[in-house]
Design a binder for this molecule. Structure first.
Ligand code: 2RA
Length: 327
């Protein structure tokens, strides 16, 4: 988050770093200035204009209202408020106007939904979308630093002939764990009663809320793959209106936040290793279904930590600052 603020040259006059009591006292160097990390208490939000929250849903539920009470605009990176009707759920390339309908809190969507929305919104606007079938290939970093460490440890164990042990993935709070190295785990977050995981249901519900269209039939399968940074998605859509493939490619090539990387003859297509550390969403392998009249397949890749989290939050803050002259 700090890195993104600096890379985007966000116009902050001062930066306050808040964390749990355990992390308070650490000093972080920002632009050559040593900034102490303070404990996140309700009073700590006094004088804060914009509060970027990314410390888990419980912390957001406890402290976001305190920050709002003290005059801050909260941009929340957790799932705590995403589906609350009075809280806008914003992907700036799609529904930036919602930023101005907030009541103190704006929610940042889940990473896998954000990149899919950036890629699909131009298509939705021009052709309409009836149905989305999406399979994700999600990086370990989506499950946190411990998951990254576990991926590296399990890979090292297998490569040296030891048996890998896992205690974090697929879901740290559950009892059963499986190694991710040289493996693929079709479970991200806990299962719901309908057989879908929470991550998959986020893709359904958040798509409906962001596009303000709950008629779209979304069928997701969310999968963790042994990649450190960068989520990939195989997205299949059925549009309402017929399309010409070249027109769709041109549309995607000229849409905000998107880079078209689609040149099969030269083996050009998005890859997480190349997308890691980058701000845009990359789209490629754009092709027409062989059998279904309005069927279209896409391959969508983005840095889940940047566009899927920090960058999207900072973009929301940028728009707010620009329009409101807050700072
Ligand atoms: C994941 N969706 O990749 C999560 C992170 N928000 O597990």
């Amino acid at each position: 988050m700090i890195d993104t603020l600096l890379r985007r040259e966000f116009p902050f006059a001062s930066l306050k770093l808040l964390a749990s009591a355990r992390s308070a006292g650490t000093v972080i160097d920002v632009r050559g200035e040593s900034i102490p990390v303070l404990e996140a208490t309700p009073e700590a939000f006094e004088g804060v204009d914009i509060a970027l929250f990314s410390a888990g849903g419980d912390v957001s539920l406890r402290l976001a209202p305190e920050a709002v009470k003290r005059g801050a605009l909260v941009i929340d990176n957790t799932s705590a408020y995403r589906m609350a009707p009075e809280v806008p759920l914003v992907v700036p390339e799609v529904n930036a106007h919602e930023i101005f309908n907030h009541h103190g809190i704006i929610a940042n969507p889940n990473c896998s939904t954000i990149q899919m929305m950036v890629a699909l919104y131009p298509i939705y606007q021009v052709y309409g979308i009836r149905r989305i079938v999406v399979s994700t290939y999600q990086a370990a970093s989506g499950a946190g630093q411990r998951a990254i460490e576990e991926l590296k440890q399990t890979a090292a164990a297998i490569l040296t002939g030891e048996s890998p042990t896992a205690s974090v993935l697929p879901v740290s709070k559950l009892e059963k764990h499986y190694p991710l190295a040289f493996n693929v785990l079709p479970q991200i977050d806990v299962f719901e009663a309908n057989g879908y995981t929470k991550e998959e249901m986020k893709m359904v519900n958040e798509t409906h809320k962001i596009l303000a269209d709950s008629r779209i039939q979304v069928t997701p399968t969310a999968v963790r793959v042994p990649v450190v940074y960068g989520h990939s998605e195989a997205v299949y859509v059925e549009t309402e209106k017929p399309f010409v493939l070249e027109d769709v490619k041109n549309l995607l090539a000229n849409s905000p936040g998107l880079i078209l990387q689609d040149d099969p003859a030269n083996q050009i297509y998005p890859q997480p290793l190349q997308a890691a550390g980058e701000f845009p969403v990359f789209v490629g392998r754009v092709r027409k279904d062989l059998f279904v009249e309005n069927g279209l397949s896409l391959w969508v890749v983005a840095d889940n930590i940047l566009k899927g989290a920090a960058l999207n939050a900072v973009q929301i803050a940028e728009i707010w600052v620009r329009q409101e002259g807050v700072l």
